[in-house]
Design a protein around this ligand. Sequence first.
Ligand code: ADE
Length: 254
Amino acid sequence: MNFIVLTIFPEMFDAFWAHGIIRRAIDQEKIVTSTINIRDYASGRHQMTDDRPYGGGSGMVMKPEPLAAGIRAAKRRAPFAKSILLTPQGRKFNQHTAQQLASWEELILVCGRYEGVDGRISHEFIDYEISIGDYVLTGGELAAMVVIEAVTRLIPGILGGEDSAKKDSFSDGLLEHDHYTRPRNFEGEEVPEVLLSGHHQEIEQWRLGSSVMRTLLKRPDLLQKKKLGEQEIEILKKWYREIEKLLNLHHREH
Ligand code: ADE
């Protein structure tokens, strides 16, 4: 995968490329990364990349010429690339979008700044607009990093276990199960017994239960959307019966 980032702050990416899974993916030649400084394509003595909005109003708008020239330069490096503008007005990014993007060979990520980019750039030079959430950042740089990281970890061979990404939260519509590591007893709380049993099938069963209940408690909206399997329904029924028992007990006492 070839990621090309257009930004007026290319230095923000130096540390990002140099650590963790991004670094590993670069070293293993699974991804190629580069930045294009939009300012390099700005003209005039001050190489301005923004200007006042037509029609008045507060804030500045990113000028079209440097962005267009930068995107054209990126397209010369990556002729089949899709270009993505990071903006709070874009389609909300999620695991499904990450999976779709992971299937492409080349991506150009355009980081907007100021109040936005000139409308003619979004109309003519951008294939997709992506938002990482309903909040406003000062620029698209952090959003581009979020997208690059989420996509990179889906590339086969990047994560330890070959199917680690498949078990991630969201990839099957559920949150991931609880995790435990040593020590067995931490400040009085024990690791669930079944995880020490070595009984593979029971462990898988426990993990599914943990996954379903975590999702119910933390993200019930996900369960509403998901088509539940037989086992998942059984788990919910089991807990439902437990809660019913508790309520009955309580009822009798009052
Ligand atoms: N730029 C500013 N805010 C953003 C957001 N929420 N998502 C993507 N890009 C942005």
